[in-house]
Ligand binder design. Structure first.
Ligand SMILES: Nc1ncnc2c1ncn2[C@@H]1O[C@H](COP(=O)(O)OP(=O)(O)O)[C@@H](O)[C@H]1O
Ligand SMILES: [Mg+2]
Length: 368
């Protein structure tokens, strides 16, 4: 069995009595990228700071390669934890050259340091900037130097807090991919904090979805996206349509036909949650609409309110005839029906999620 490189065991951190990190546990395996993903303010940075050793937990323990580095009566300082840090504002030292910035935390002989600096600059493709100063570099280049600097002492664990959020969109994808391949190459275990689902999906081997100080779901990006634990988890990754219904005999009747609600007691209110790209659209056929099918269930009629081309697909907004609620569909390529056009909508049975309604589920929006 492979030992986890990093183990976080039930850490809690309170500010003014309020738990900001609340009984959080997580492991990161060697050579893996784990993304701590969650909305702003959910406690991601606080958790990362505790792991780095720049803050202390009120409860819980942290182990690196099986050895405790923080816990009751124990605190190993940051510089002795073997972690590399990269934060959002990765300030380089302005008065040091690129090479000296990277060499800053290195020990060893001058030759050893020079070789390591050279190797890293080669990896990030910036050998020509060896003697340059930070202000002579673009934002993306500075980011790569910061990465090289963090990796220079060969940290066993890289802790990264929204390291790409300062970069403009055009640069970001390229730098993310490049960073990922360098991190994999160096073999570090990576814990990357982000509030952007796309970034987590792109970077992570495993996503840990965080909410209000706790981890609510963990898994490969594919699983977290396709099997969310609740409505809020589904809605964190994309816009969602929600149809509310009531369970009767493990089934829920809706304007789109019946949905299975296995294990839900009679009378339970449920939300049927569906991403806009899994909504099907068909033509009006003189007001008849398409025939029901096992895959799509019953079709319901809606009137187009707005249609926009948003890149590789189109987003169409409907006002549904059955109750005046709004629904959204993503349609591949260019599909721009005029407002007022009647169309029929169906929900893919294999792609919808059925969740019991909780106090936190907002009621669906009604037509004004
Ligand atoms: N030193 C602190 N003192 C008091 N409250 C703090 C402190 N640090 C963070 N918080 C609060 O803890 C919550 C979580 O913050 P943070 O960990 O930065 O969230 P995230 O990184 O997920 O956006 C926020 O409400 C923040 O205001
Ligand atoms: Mg943060």
């Amino acid at each position: 069995m492979v030992t986890a490189r990093l183990e976080i065991l039930s850490i809690t951190r309170r500010f003014g009595g309020r738990p900001v990190v609340d009984d959080l546990s997580l492991e990161v395996m060697p050579g893996q990228v784990t993304c701590l993903l969650g909305p702003s303010g959910c406690g991601k940075s606080t958790a990362l700071r505790i792991i780095a050793g720049v803050d202390r937990a009120d409860e819980g323990e942290i182990r690196i390669d099986g050895t405790p580095v923080a816990g009751p009566g124990l605190f190993v300082p940051p510089e002795r934890r073997g972690t590399g840090l990269m934060f959002q504002d990765f300030a380089l030292f302005p008065h040091l050259s690129v090479a000296d910035n990277i060499a800053f935390g290195l020990s060893g002989t001058r030759t050893e340091k020079r070789l390591r600096v050279r190797e890293l600059l080669d990896k990030v493709g910036l050998v020509r900037f060896l003697g340059a100063f930070p202000h002579e570099l673009s934002g993306g280049e500075q980011q790569r130097v910061a990465l090289a600097r963090a990796l220079a002492p060969r940290p066993k664990i890289m802790l990264m807090d929204e390291p790409f959020s300062g970069l403009d969109n055009r640069l970001r994808d390229g730098i993310r991919d490049e960073t990922l391949s360098i991190l994999k190459d160096e073999g570090a275990a990576v814990l990357l904090v982000t509030h952007e689902p796309e970034e987590a999906m792109r970077m992570a081997d495993e996503i840990a979805l965080m909410r209000r100080g706790r981890i609510v779901q963990r898994g490969a990006p594919y699983n977290v996206y396709n099997a969310p634990v609740d409505r809020e988890a589904a809605a964190f990754f994309s816009d969602v349509n929600v149809i509310r219904g009531r369970v009767e005999g493990a089934l829920t009747d809706t304007p789109f036909g019946q949905f299975l609600a296995p294990g839900q007691a009679d009378g339970t209110e449920v939300d049927i949650v569906i991403r806009p790209q899994h909504v099907k659209i068909d033509f009006d056929r003189g007001g008849q609409g398409p025939a029901p099918s096992p895959e799509h269930g019953v079709w319901a009629r809606g009137i187009v309110e707005r249609a926009r081309f948003i890149g590789k697909d189109s987003l169409v907004e409907f006002r549904m005839e059955f109750d005046g609620s709004q629904m959204r569909a993503n349609v591949p390529s260019v599909f721009l029906p005029k407002p007022g056009t009647p169309l029929w909508i169906a929900i893919r049975r294999d792609r919808c999620f059925v969740f019991p309604v909780t106090d936190r589920s907002p009621a669906r929006r009604r037509a004004g």
